[in-house]
Design a protein around this ligand. Structure first.
Ligand code: HEM
Ligand code: HEM
Length: 444
């Protein structure tokens, strides 16, 4: 693929071009991971197909599917966001954005080959072993290095910027540097085993903790993307105060072997429901590009659905029923393919500006979102049945086959939408000028 030379482009286009390259890499991995998703959905329908695949059977593909969805699709848009925040997408440094993205993608390719060859630590999302366990953290360090150099170079230029903004960026760099080391260390099976007997299962505190991390990211994101509307600062302050209060609540909750049947546990987790009205109010306090409307609404809807269904899932009786069933696969899909994916696309559209049209075609927008709704409903039904009869998803039967055929169908619709985005993102990289004229054609 011939890519435009960054030197020949105007500053605003250089910046859009670095973000477009991040979007292209993440979409590439989305298409690959979704194609694998469709393959494994077929393998669950027709297990005999595994025999045709030699050693590369379901157990190996599922790791590749999950890791590419997380470390490819869900991570690379954030690289685009960080380019923008640390100014790596500007001036001479912009030419280094693409090599850094290629290094990241190469590390994912090495990881995929190692999982397909049967190497794994056995830990979910931490199954990096051998070369892959070194190469992937190195790719993260390459990205970090580019961000750190950009920050250093921008120090004088940013003299006008507030001290708070500089401090936030320094804290960000310190935290980001810890990630590759944490991944390397935590991937070791010697640190703690894949099935860890010393953790007592999900508690209100652990669920609240991880959800509050997501809330913190949601509250931070707008500061790297746009400006505040002056008149709306009360709701911004109220949101940060609530986050701090919930953090304190978390510290006061019992941990380890505390049952989710205790009212203090599920009532505390219920405090997350306050974010139902507050998140849209918070986002309305910032000035967004008009192109983001579709995906902003989509991610806010998915977030509301996640908060309500995630809390209901934790309730006594419900979690006991859905534990270890397809119901949790449905929850994972709602969280990642629904909420996280629409949030990432919203971020990319805001960063891409007028080039964001690639995500705003009506056909792929509706196909993706309706297919994810379908997927979640199908898996919730399967999980509900499985809760009564654990053999439901193992022993072939008409209801199981119908649900799994429909999952294959909605999965194919998701794959088609992601291909649509990848094709348009490729056009964007090849012919940036064409992308501008296409803006008018984009369906809103
Ligand atoms: C083309 C669409 C997709 C299809 C057909 C598909 C298919 C599958 C299948 C068959 C499984 C195994 C379920 C089981 O354990 O029985 C799975 C698991 C999973 N997929 Fe996908 N997938 C798709 C898209 C995605 C996307 C877009 C994401 C995230 C962004 C994702 C994240 C996951 C995760 C996290 C799991 C593990 C779920 C769990 O064990 O709770 N998938 N997928
Ligand atoms: C971005 C946000 C989120 C992501 C990516 C996410 C992802 C996941 C994943 C991958 C699992 C494990 C599924 C399995 O074992 O097969 C899980 C479990 C669970 N999640 Fe979430 N989730 C998110 C938000 C939430 C929220 C906001 C709540 C509650 C309000 C919640 C409640 C639960 C519960 C109750 C479980 C079951 C825990 C268990 O029994 O193992 N999740 N989530």
């Amino acid at each position: 693929m011939s890519l435009p030379k960054t030197e020949a482009l105007a500053p605003s286009r250089i910046s859009a071009s670095a973000v477009a390259a991040a979007a292209w890499h993440s979409l590439f991995w989305l298409v690959v991971a979704n194609a694998i998703g469709v393959l494994i959905s077929l393998l669950l329908l027709f297990p005999s197909l595994n025999r045709l695949l030699g050693e590369w059977t379901y157990g190996r593909w599922i790791m590749v599917h999950m890791n590419l969805e997380l470390f490819g699709w869900s991570s690379l848009p954030m690289a685009g966001f960080l380019f923008k925040v640390y100014g790596a997408d500007r001036e001479q440094l912009a030419q280094w954005c693409r090599p850094v993205l290629w290094v990241w993608s190469a590390a994912l390719a090495v990881g995929s080959l190692s999982w397909l060859s049967g190497h794994s630590s056995g830990k979910l999302f931490l199954d990096w072993t051998g070369y892959a366990r070194v190469v992937f953290p190195l790719a993260m360090i390459a990205l970090w290095g580019l961000l750190a150099i950009s920050f250093r170079r921008g120090w004088n230029r940013a003299a006008k910027r507030s001290l708070a903004s500089r401090c936030a960026k320094i804290v960000g760099l310190v935290l980001l540097l810890a990630v590759p080391f944490a991944i390397y260390i935590a991937s070791s099976p010697n640190l703690y085993p894949p099935v860890n007997p010393s953790t007592g299962g999900p508690t209100g505190a652990s669920q609240l903790e991880s959800s509050l991390m997501v809330v913190a990211i949601l509250l931070l994101l707008p500061f790297g993307l746009t400006q505040r509307k002056a008149a709306r600062s009360v709701r911004i302050r109220a949101s940060w105060i609530l986050l701090a209060a919930e953090g304190l609540l978390c510290l006061g909750l019992g941990r380890a072997d505390i049952s989710h049947h205790r009212p203090a546990q599920f009532l505390s987790l219920g405090s997350l429901l306050l974010w139902l009205p507050l998140t849209p109010a918070y986002y309305a306090a910032f000035a967004w590009r008009p192109e983001t409307r579709l995906w902003r609404n989509a991610f806010l809807c998915w977030w509301s659905a996640l908060l309500v269904t995630g809390w209901v899932l934790f309730l006594p009786g419900i979690l006991d029923h859905f534990k270890f069933t397809d119901g949790l696969v449905g929850h994972s899909l709602l969280a990642m393919a629904g909420f996280v994916s629409s949030l990432l696309i919203f971020v990319m559209v805001q960063l891409l500006g007028e080039d964001g049209w690639i995500f705003n075609r009506a056909r792929s927008f509706y196909a993706w979102n309706l297919a994810v709704v379908g997927y979640v409903v199908l898996m919730s039904v399967a999980g509900w049945r499985e809760g009564f009869d654990p053999t439901f998803t193992i022993v072939p039967g008409v209801a199981r086959e119908v649900l799994y055929v429909l999952r294959f169908a909605v999965g194919s619709a998701m794959l088609a939408s992601s291909l649509d985005w990848l094709v348009d993102a490729t056009t964007l990289l090849r012919e940036p000028a064409v992308s501008k004229s296409s803006t008018q054609e984009a369906a809103a």
